[in-house]
Design a protein around this ligand. Structure first.
Ligand code: PRX
Length: 653
């Protein structure tokens, strides 16, 4: 493992950006979060979170202890009982806010649907009763595989209402990815749809769901939303239409009190091996972590119109479309489609029409908009925006400034938020009324969070140096483990540096103590803000009958951050051809999902390896980037890279 990937010219660029942006005094005067929060949390972080938990969450039974920390296993708010859906929905209705809009939903073809908190309460109760009718009980797992339609958050909240953990699988994943996740957690019911809309086209889901269910014996039933009105295969006794089984249910379904540490959900994410990990989140701590950060980082006020443009299939959607915002009683936007459908205006039309005040999206989207030119957003009135968030990958200073200037009219604060599926909640970010920002820096750990940059021995690096990002104390939204594999949990996150959580990211702390994230230092790629493991793509390639061996690296990409570059050795007797290249890329899309389809694929006669047989990815990265080769002294056969180099003009795009 090395940190060299992020250093060099990148850091020089970052440091060349000297302009800083102090908070606007008028904003600061009204801001939710003030500098005192840092002091309070530093004085006693457990007491700080205990106060937040008392004030932000509604309990059926108050907790008796704030934290039990048996490193690396944390339990927060033990002795307490609550219900997550009650906190996200029912209590707002009880407080007289039933008519407040929870979601303005916009389908890609343009239809809309408005759901108030009272609507959400009715719908989640009915869906929960449907799950009960199908035999789902507290603790049973439910898989969800859906497009961005209102039934998706309703399904999640229905699960939480009865204490059934959900696992949402992104609708862009393949049947194989879906069945792998269902089988890992033994889900009993699958909630899906006939399909959804993407860039003006219907994208079917049920046939993937059928294929997945065929190899997922734990599934007893599926519930299918009729989104497209398409005729799909329905297996008698197993599959039920949502409108048949949900709509007629009673809208009374009391939320089930669960322990603070009751499993809320599993979300599978890529690591350094081929098998995705089931990241386990529990109820009270996670809800508190997302609610607090959503309030503090986005400065949420009652009249805000908040739009997180992520897909709910990723953790950003779980934490900042569903749980955090709903716990705070926010009014949010839910959009089904892509930013360029039907035109690149679409987002700005939505912002203008709905007077969106807070926008949260990924740098990859911002860079894609930059490429289209500023005339497009400038043709719309975006003056309602007052906070802009970024998440998922390092944001380059140029994109940061464009976001603030063009989208934010030169005055709107940008919050670059660093966190992970595993952390559950935002960990490093400016507070918009407090922090002086620097374009490209995620700035400082939030109140209550202890993040550090350490060298290979785990010692804090001095200001001005780079190293590994670690977290040094537990936090409420942290993962509680990897489902069914405590040893892998310990090994993956807690073994590299004693007593510290290792995030897998490189970072630098500048002379002023600001943190700059430098990307992954392990074999995980970040493509358009999505984590994809090199090993996972390699095993998908090797799964093809023509492939003997494959090595995959991330290549810098101006829009998606990284693009997947695959080096492939064919089996004897197989002919390299453009056609086979296309087939192999499609094969990866089939096995994992279209997001994992390699952008570049190169056939090679051999791969550079050390004498012990380990593939030297560093050299492959140099080749992919067209860079001068680094140290080749440990290479077993130095002629290999020359041969690859000679071929490298032939990589397909
Ligand atoms: O490498 C970091 C990058 O995304 C990884 C986490 O990916 P995932 O679990 O899919 O969650 C993404 C959304 C929270 C991190 O290890 N990352 C996330 N946010 C940032 C970031 N890198 C730099 N700056 C960020 N703001």
């Amino acid at each position: 493992m090395s940190v060299e990937r992020g250093t060099g010219p990148e850091i020089e660029n970052l440091l060349a950006e000297r302009r800083t942006f102090p908070p606007d005094p008028a904003f600061a005067a009204r801001a939710n979060a003030t500098a005192e929060l840092y002091e309070e949390a530093e004085a006693d972080y457990e007491a700080f979170w205990a106060r937040q938990a008392r004030e932000r969450l509604s309990w059926f039974t108050e907790p008796t202890q704030t934290l039990e920390w048996d490193l690396p296993f944390a339990k927060w708010f033990t002795g307490g009982q609550l219900n997550v859906t009650y906190n996200c929905v029912d209590r707002h209705v009880e407080a007289g806010n039933g008519d407040r809009v929870a979601y303005h939903w916009i389908g890609e073809p343009g239809e809309t649907r408005t759901l108030t908190y009272a609507d959400l309460q009715r719908e989640t109760a009915k869906a929960a009763n449907a799950l009960l009718e199908l035999g789902v009980r507290t603790g049973d797992r439910v898989a969800i595989y859906m497009p961005m339609i209102p039934e998706l958050p309703i399904a999640m909240l229905a699960c939480a209402r009865i204490g059934a953990p959900h696992t949402v699988v992104f609708g862009g994943f393949s049947a194989e990815a879906l069945s792998g996740r269902i089988n890992d957690c033994g889900a009993k019911v699958l909630i899906t749809a006939d399909g959804g809309w993407r860039r003006g086209k219907k994208v079917g889901l049920k046939h993937h769901a059928d294929e997945a269910m065929a190899s997922a014996p734990s599934i007893e039933h599926s519930i299918v939303v009729n989104r497209l009105g398409d005729d799909v295969n329905m297996v008698h006794g197993r599959d039920r239409w949502w409108h048949d089984i949900v709509d007629g249910q009673s809208d009374d379904c009391p939320p089930v009190p669960v322990d603070s540490e009751h499993m809320l959900y599993l979300l599978y994410t890529s690591g350094t091996t081929a098998k995705p990990k089931g990241i386990l989140h529990t109820s009270a701590g996670y809800l508190l972590g997302t609610a607090f950060t959503h309030w503090a980082v986005f400065d949420l006020k009652p009249d805000d119109i908040y739009w997180c443009a992520a897909d709910i299939g990723w953790v950003t959607g779980h934490s900042y479309i569903v749980y955090g915002p709903l716990a705070n009683g926010a009014t949010g936007l839910l959009y089904e489609g892509a930013p360029d459908a039907p035109t690149w205006d679409r987002w700005w039309e939505i912002v203008e029409q709905h007077k969106v005040t807070i926008l949260y999206c990924a740098p990859t989207a911002i860079r894609a908009f930059m490429k289209q030119g500023e005339e497009i957003p400038k043709a719309h009135d975006l003056s309602s925006l007052r906070v802009l968030g970024s998440v998922g990958e390092p944001i380059n200073p140029e994109a940061w400034r464009w976001y603030r200037d063009v989208i934010g009219g030169g005055t709107t604060p940008v919050v670059d938020t660093w966190w992970q599926t595993e952390t559950g909640q935002i960990m490093i970010s400016p507070l918009p009324g407090v922090t002086t920002t620097k374009p490209g820096s995620a700035t400082f750990p939030l109140p209550g969070i202890d993040a550090d940059v350490v060298d290979g021995d785990g010692n804090s690096v001095p200001k001005g140096s780079g190293g590994y990002l670690v977290l040094k104390r537990p936090w409420p939204g942290m993962l509680r483990g990897i489902y069914g594999d405590p040893e892998r949990y310990r090994e993956t996150y807690w073994s590299r540096f004693e007593g510290m959580y290792f995030a897998g990211d490189g970072a630098k702390r500048d002379e002023d103590g600001y943190l700059w994230l430098l990307g992954r230092v392990d074999d995980v790629m970040n493509v358009a803000g999505h984590r994809i493991s090199t090993t996972e793509v390699e095993s998908a390639l090797v799964d093809h009958q023509s492939v003997a061996e494959a090595a995959v690296v991330g290549k810098t990409d101006p829009i998606s951050g990284q693009a997947i570059f695959a080096f492939v050795i064919l089996k004897a007797g197989q002919e390299a051809s453009d056609h086979l290249g296309v087939q192999l890329r499609e094969h990866v899309a089939y096995v994992i999902g279209p997001i994992a389809r390699p952008k570049f694929l190169m056939f090679v006669p051999d791969l550079p390896k050390t004498r012990s047989g380990k593939i030297m990815r560093r050299l492959l990265r140099d080749i992919a980037e067209g860079r001068q080769l680094g140290d080749v002294t440990t290479l077993a056969d130095a002629t290999v890279v020359d041969t690859i180099r000679e071929n490298s003009g032939k990589a397909e795009d």
